[in-house]
Design a protein around this ligand. Structure first.
Ligand SMILES: Nc1nc2c(ncn2[C@@H]2O[C@H](COP(=O)(O)OP(=O)(O)O)[C@@H](O)[C@H]2O)c(=O)[nH]1
Ligand SMILES: [Mg+2]
Length: 296
């Protein structure tokens, strides 16, 4: 069921390659790179990423590696496979595992946390959520609803408004009470962006300085339908949050696969999970190879 659903989502993201292949091999020669590039851009691949793919195709053609239709597809698959890094997952052997979840406003952080909490609870883990989005008044309430759905627990600070302090309190409670997984929700927008970035960085710094070698896995949530502007904003999180992997949300709403390749290329981070709906079970690992098979 889920597999079919994901296949269909990936299928929708198919690149328009047939037409371009016909054109590219007119006369048995690969001659129309501009047309290929145009098609990649129509499929929502960003200019720079498309350019990179075309340059690589040209190089391989010059070296006689690209020789025909079938082989062009295989080479395109390889190039895209190189752009999409292999997914990586947190080390669950060392508990508690702390998942730090960041991303711009509306990316899907809180929803994703609900899904992750549910996933771990179903695996028999004891999960604690930390309400560190202290910027929005309604954020605690929203996280609480997800916590109840996932049958996990939540820590909301009565006094602290400083996200790093709340994160510290959450992890302290998590360790004292033997939780396996601690998931930290964060804000996506503050008075100024600079302020937000400092807050996010401080959470990691405080946890690393107050606890002995905490097992932190940092997840950046990105809306898969995101445009260039939001992507540039998301990029800012990469360094301040020490991001390990991307959670690509709203894949169910993505029409084009190119954007996903662009996101991976621009951020140079592995896509490890995808969100495929608003429900608690709408989460799965990112099957890179099957994604590539479906889009090409
Ligand atoms: N269709 C769809 N909607 C999603 C998905 N993940 C999150 N959303 C929706 O995106 C909106 C913003 O989500 P929220 O978790 O509040 O984002 P946050 O601001 O980053 O915490 C909500 O309406 C969610 O239901 C997904 O995988 N698919
Ligand atoms: Mg939120």
């Amino acid at each position: 069921m889920l597999l079919n659903q994901i296949k269909n989502i990936f299928k929708k993201a198919k690149l328009p390659l047939n037409q371009l292949l016909e054109s590219a091999f007119k006369g048995g020669k690969l001659e129309d790179y501009d047309f290929i590039e145009e098609q990649l851009i129509i499929a929502d691949i960003g200019m720079e990423t498309a350019d990179k793919i075309i340059k690589e195709l040209k190089r391989q053609a010059r070296e006689g590696i690209v020789i025909g239709r079938e082989n062009l597809l295989e080479i395109l698959k390889k190039i895209i496979s190189g752009i999409l890094l292999d997914p990586i997952y947190p080390n669950e052997a060392e508990l508690p595992l702390i998942l730090l979840v960041s991303g711009i406003n509306g990316a899907g952080k809180t929803t994703t946390i609900g899904k992750l909490a549910n996933m771990y609870e179903k695996k028999g883990k004891k999960v604690l959520l930390g309400a560190c989005d202290t910027f929005r008044a309604a954020a605690d309430e929203q996280l609480k609803i997800w916590s109840e759905r996932a049958k996990s627990q939540i820590y909301i600070s009565k006094e602290s408004k400083d996200p790093a302090a709340v994160a510290y309190e959450t992890v302290s409670k998590g360790i004292a009470e033997g939780f396996d997984i601690i998931i930290i929700d964060t804000a996506g927008r503050m008075h100024t962006n600079d302020n937000l970035m400092k807050e996010i960085k401080k959470i990691g710094t405080v946890l690393r300085s107050k606890f002995d070698k905490p097992n932190i896995f940092s997840i950046l949530v990105i809306d898969s339908t995101t445009g260039k502007n939001a992507l540039n904003q998301a990029k800012e999180f990469k360094n301040v949050a020490d991001v390990d992997a991307i959670f690509l949300s709203k894949m169910d709403g993505t029409a084009k696969g190119g954007n996903i390749i662009t996101i991976a290329d621009e951020l140079k981070l592995p896509i490890s999970y995808i969100g495929i709906g608003e429900g608690i079970d709408d989460i799965t690992g990112f099957e890179k190879e099957s994604f590539i098979e479906e889009i090409i």
